[in-house]
Write a new protein. Structure first.
Length: 120
């Protein structure tokens, strides 16, 4: 097999294509429909409409972007929805970040280190 400049270019191009395809991080895309389905079907939140649900979720994303801790976000959600069930807050925080601002998911994961559920 002879190594020509053209074959080197082809191999390099194939390598770069594979590296870009398989090694690059996936783009984080928001999915407002999934968020709405998950938070409006689940009992306990009782948003008056989809716009209110989205606004609340984007507010959670704003808090995440402001480096608010996971524990504080869960506490605020629990207070807003007048529940002492921490799962309600954890679920809505998770849905908000996972579906509306997935590029920021590293922040609550980082701040949740050592988090323990309070309540019953």
């Amino acid at each position: 097999m002879t190594c020509t400049p053209q074959s080197v270019v082809r191999v390099a191009a194939a390598f770069l294509f594979c590296a870009a395809t398989f090694c690059s991080p996936a783009m984080a895309n928001a999915d407002a429909v999934a968020y709405l389905v998950n938070v409006t079907v689940r009992p306990g939140y009782n948003f008056p409409n989809a716009d209110a649900a989205l606004a609340y979720g984007h507010g959670v994303c704003d808090n995440v972007g402001a480096a608010e801790s996971y524990a504080r976000i869960v506490e605020e959600i629990s207070t807003d929805f007048n529940t002492n069930d921490p799962y309600q807050g954890e679920y809505l925080a998770s849905q908000s970040v996972n579906e509306l601002c997935p590029a920021q998911i590293w922040q609550p994961r980082k701040s949740a280190a050592g988090y323990t559920r309070a309540g019953p």
